[in-house]
Ligand binder design. Structure first.
Ligand SMILES: [Ca+2]
Ligand SMILES: [Ca+2]
Length: 452
């Protein structure tokens, strides 16, 4: 027990088990009090002034700043997706996850996009040789299929593909621009949209083939067509057989796509590995421009006033389901990375696309305004919920002990895939011939970008 008064200081309280005593120094100074005490009492180990401390939580009144990317306070979608907790747990994606971006290409020179570009391990850059024998010389970061002509020119002449790529995986914590939802990812471009944002389905089919040969885990589609295509249907059967996750934008017609065609998002009604994504605004309401449909639109994600990358190293704010879908692709990247890095699951040999699609859907948040409930099969994308659902899904299926079954699955998958590829090639050729013969815009199956 210590004396109640020492000079002008009085005892306030004590923490006896710790041997600590607290004195009120409002009538004296800490320096004078401590000096006198230490000289007068050799049983005192130390004497120090009090300190003000604060909670580690972010002040709820100010926009949270998670990274040093200066535009991040404007990226409202990151908060809606709930990235803060996963990011703080270092769940930030994985470079081993390959995303094939079927769009208008990528601005390869954008400084906020350099870190997360895929590099084809089978190609020696710039040697003018088709090293991997896939028919395209120096396809290092992807390939282009335009009007039946293939090349390595994936340079974006529209801007759409670059914006989509930035939502998925702009370089984060580099002190410039925006943060990508997934800090780590390998993005390859398959460019089949021209400078005006138009492309042919025959070229899209070639892109699906290319994405498969490059062993993409996820194929991203922020585009759509109002017509059904048998060739696309065959492609999606093959993608499902090969366990590739496909993320599509729901489209911007404000229409019910359960009754009005929109493809490829419509294939989400047929395959569990295909997700169609609508757009929400900052009030977490389904945007009026967004297509909807309980069968053909599974969920939504932030898609209004999205801060993104523009051509020439610039930044732009745009809206549309085109920019909602890449948030879901990025979440899928993070879930693939979580399986690999936190659970040591070989994502190149284990079939996990269905597991991840289920986790994304089961982890969604409901719309605050219940009048939107049922407009989409589930609510809006929410990363923490998806991680919890993924853990639950993993507990139900043991992916560690299925080596034999996995090997059989791969062989069967390859056989089925090869058969499907044969049909795709036939149909792609058919579409190409038809394009060459028919110059009427009405007869061509044109696809367009889902930008508003
Ligand atoms: Ca090549
Ligand atoms: Ca950045």
């Amino acid at each position: 027990m210590r004396p109640r008064h020492i000079g002008n200081a009085s005892l306030v309280s004590s923490a006896e088990t710790l041997g600590l005593y607290i004195y009120d120094l409002s009538n004296t100074s800490a320096a004078v009090f401590c000096s006198c005490l230490m000289h007068s009492d050799n049983t005192i180990a130390f004497c120090e002034p009090d300190q003000r401390v604060s909670l580690s939580a972010v002040d709820a009144q100010t926009p949270p700043v998670y990274t040093d990317d200066p535009l991040i306070p404007k990226q409202w979608g990151l908060q809606a997706l709930g990235v803060q907790t996963p990011w703080s747990r270092h769940i930030v994606g994985y470079q081993g996850v390959r995303v094939c971006l079927m769009d208008s290409g990528i601005d390869l020179s954008h400084p906020d996009l350099q870190q997360n570009l895929y590099s084809n391990p089978g190609e020696v850059p710039g040697n003018g040789i088709d090293d991997d024998g896939n028919g395209i010389v120096d396809d290092v970061h992807g390939a282009a299929f335009l009007n039946g002509q293939k090349s390595n020119d994936i340079n974006d002449q529209n801007g759409h593909g670059t914006l989509v790529a930035g939502v998925i995986g702009a370089t984060t914590n580099n002190g410039i621009g925006i943060a990508g939802v997934s800090w780590n990812v390998s993005m390859m471009a398959c460019r089949f949209m021209d400078a005006s944002g138009q492309g042919q389905l025959s070229d899209a089919v070639s892109c699906y083939d290319y994405c498969l040969t490059q062993r993409a885990h996820i194929i991203h589609n922020s585009w759509g067509s109002a017509e059904f295509s048998q060739a696309l249907s065959v492609a999606f059967q093959a993608l499902s057989n090969r366990d590739v996750l496909v993320v599509t934008s729901a489209g911007n017609d404000g229409a019910d796509t359960d009754t009005v065609y929109h493809y490829p998002s419509g294939f989400s009604a047929m395959y569990k590995t295909v997700l169609s994504v609508g757009a929400i605004d900052q009030s977490l309401a389904l945007a009026s421009l967004s297509n909807y449909g309980a069968k053909t639109v599974q969920l939504s994600a932030p898609g209004i006033s999205i801060e993104g990358l523009a051509l020439g190293g610039q930044y732009v704010v745009e809206s549309g389901t085109s920019f909602a879908a890449p948030a879901v692709t990025a979440m899928a990247v993070m879930l693939y990375g979580y399986l690999k890095l936190n659970h040591s699951i070989n994502i190149d040999t284990q079939n996990v696309a269905t597991l991840i699609a289920d986790a994304i859907l089961n982890g969604t948040s409901p719309y605050p305004d219940t009048s939107y409930t049922g407009k989409t099969a589930q609510g809006f994308a929410y990363l923490p919920g998806s991680l919890t659902s993924l853990d639950a899904g993993l507990a139900a299926v043991n992916y560690q002990t299925t080596a034999i079954g996995g090997a059989v699955g791969v062989v069967v998958g390859i056989v089925i895939g090869l058969v499907a590829m044969f049909f795709i090639m036939l149909l792609a050729f058919y579409l190409y011939v038809r394009y060459q013969k028919s110059r009427s815009p009405i007869d061509e199956q044109a696809a367009s970008l889902d930008r508003n």
